[in-house]
Design a protein around this ligand. Structure first.
Ligand code: CP
Length: 315
């Protein structure tokens, strides 16, 4: 594998999930693959889970790992082409990415959307420029429109915890006070549509995701109907796709609580984290045995390790 930016970069999703679960059983079996190889993780935005789990995954594979918080520690990057750099930017992404490629065998990039200009965000301009100019394999640590390492970990978690062969999985919108990207729900939807699950998306009117990510999903505005007999409920806020990046008024009653879960007595509750308690998800769920959010976050290591292993094997 040379690029991991979406589920479309994966030849065999089932095999990649199996690989992650195999690595969970035997984390250090492939340390020879990463010997004398360098992984550079570049963050343009904050992170806890992605940063540490991907570092840990690289270390487990025997790699040397460098983390650069380029938004705080690097030169201010110019992202546009054909500009006179007489403003605040100091280094063009062409040179910055190419130089990083001289130091690293694999690069990871996190770059959030601005949520102002949909065309710009959905073009994945920043992520694609890293891919174009760095000259080495690139793994997405969450881009403007997708978070594939999260989605792989989510699928690994479902595969591990499911009690029937084809579980019902429901992605349900949750309230939030800030405008959040669509990357996690886009990506989760895209991966679930390729997995052997019965997949439903529930959201209030106005929060439709881009159709390119939801082909094959059942989509409803009726949360209660969607939750019935669910095996996994994935809770996530996102801002509107149209009007782009907006938080629409109302919908506070979409927060998941125990009352809502009465129609899904066996459901396990997932969230990518970080989560705002009692805004997105009630304490009574997060602190109960039904929440698998910590288990899910733990699986981030094995998801990242499976991807890095395939990249190392292709070097
Ligand atoms: N879920 C996730 O990506 O967490 P971080 O933003 O903390 O990396």
């Amino acid at each position: 594998m040379k690029l991991f930016s979406s589920v479309n970069d994966v030849k065999d999703v089932t095999a990649l999930v199996a690989e992650a679960l195999h690595l969970k059983q035997d984390p250090y079996a492939y340390q020879h693959l990463g010997k004398n190889k360098t992984l550079c993780l570049v963050f343009l935005n904050p992170s806890l889970r992605t940063r540490i789990s991907t570092q840990k995954a690289g270390i487990n594979l025997g790699m040397n790992v460098i983390v650069l918080n380029i938004d705080k520690e690097g030169w201010a990057l110019e992202l546009q082409d054909n500009v006179i750099m007489n403003g605040t930017t100091v280094e063009h992404i062409k040179e910055a990415a190419a130089v990083m490629g001289e130091y690293a065998d694999i690069i990871g990039v996190r770059s959030f959307p601005g949520l102002k200009d949909r065309e710009e965000d959905y073009s994945e301009n920043i992520f694609n420029k890293f891919v174009e100019y760095c000259g080495v394999p690139v793994v997405s640590l969450e881009s403007a429109t997708r978070h594939p390492l999260q989605s792989l970990a989510d699928l690994v978690t479902i595969q591990e915890l499911k009690t029937i062969s084809r579980p019902k999985v429901v992605l349900t919108w949750a309230p939030h006070i800030k405008a959040l990207p669509q990357a996690v729900p886009n990506s989760f939807a895209e991966w679930m549509c390729k997995a052997d699950v019965d997949f439903t998306i529930a959201h209030p009117a106005g929060y439709e995701l881009a159709t390119e990510f939801t082909q094959g999903a059942n989509i409803t505005h009726n949360q209660n109907e969607a939750l019935k007999e669910a095996d996994f409920i994935y809770v996530k806020n996102w801002s509107a796709y149209e009007p782009y990046g907006q938080v629409l008024p109302g919908n506070e009653d979409w927060m998941l609580n125990n009352k809502k879960l009465e129609v899904a007595p066996d459901a396990k509750v997932m969230h990518c984290l970080p989560v705002r308690r009692n805004l997105e998800l009630a304490d009574e769920i997060l602190d109960s045995a039904r929440s698998v959010v910590i288990h899910e976050a733990g699986n981030r290591v094995w998801a990242a390790q499976a991807v890095l292993k395939q990249m190392l094997e292709a070097l």
